[in-house]
Ligand binder design. Sequence first.
Ligand code: HEM
Length: 376
Amino acid sequence: MLRATGRTRKLRLSALLLTLAAVAGALLFVELGFADGASAQLGPSTATRQVTPGVGNDAALWRAVHSGVSGWVSIPDRKAGLLIQPQGETWRAVRNGPLLHDGAYLLGAVVVALAIFFLWRGRIRVEDGFSGRTVTRFGPIERFAHWLIAVSFVVLGLTGLNITFGRHVLMPLIGQPTFAAVSLWAKYLHNFVAFAFIAGLVVVFVRWVTENIPDKYDAGWLLRGGGMFAKGVHPPAKKFNAGQKILFWLIVLGGGSLAASGLDLLFPFQLAMFSKTFVFLNLFGANLPTNLAPVHEMQLASIWHAILALLMIALILGHVYIGTLGMEGAFDAMGTGEVDVSWAREHHSVWAERQAARDSQPVIPLGGKESVTPAE
Ligand code: HEM
């Protein structure tokens, strides 16, 4: 039997101590790294830890992963470091729950309300009867911009509704394969027509913004319900009445935000608009999270985009009703651009008198004497 010399014994002892130190160090590292689940970065060494069942504190590790802790990956796509994103569950629940149901109720309620209003009020007539004389209400650029946003909005609305409700409404009617093909093309259409809507929105904003600044007639118009609820009531208004101004600003702000969130969705993980918006809102005391995971950003954009779209569709249903069935003579304004002078006097008296003064044509104000003086 070979007897170890004193030197060999020392070497063996040193090796044993080193090994013990390495094991203790490794255990300490593992405990410090994961024991409380607070580590935000799961470094490469965790790969071994993750795939070693039953070793140490796996429960804490997975609790951390479940809570949305982001790990570290060596591939360029850093998003892959997030194994589980708990907000995804909330997004799914909202998307398949309230958004679907409340959205359908909202649109249904608007259609029913418009039908009841029509049955009760009937078509709002030109009470003085058509005069046969017309005045130019909208020029070619105004009408082009209007129909650009109108047509693109209808296309975006229908293709967008298909994204939200199509699976439940259209698919049972036309079958899965046809629905898949239709939805694919609808999605392409939705993506590209969005740019026409944005262009129309910009022109509409630039062309009409000055005429949509509140003025002294607005409060009176609103207090008298715009004359919508009783015959013979015609509150004065300039080119746009208070109701149209509210619609204008809702379209500009709502449409702008709809377009921004749509671009966020169209260029995934590039714009991070919600984080930036939250940083801005926090300046005013809001306490919103600003370090959003990229996929959380997309979920917020998707829900916000859908909610805004539903609200705007509800709004536009009312607008289309008034512009067609609800009010006699209104459609001509956007059709030919010319409206009957009686219509102009009843709905936009201040504007009508100004136009008449400009054209040197005396206009008889409602229930008054002939006048060539503008109302203000
Ligand atoms: C698709 C069917 C539509 C019809 C039949 C329609 C009809 C009309 C009419 C007749 C007017 C002129 C009202 C007046 O002379 O006082 C008007 C104005 C206007 N429309 Fe439309 N429109 C439609 C869709 C849209 C859409 C989708 C939008 C925006 C998303 C829109 C935005 C506006 C705005 C901002 C005005 C000026 C303010 C106002 O008159 O309310 N329209 N529309």
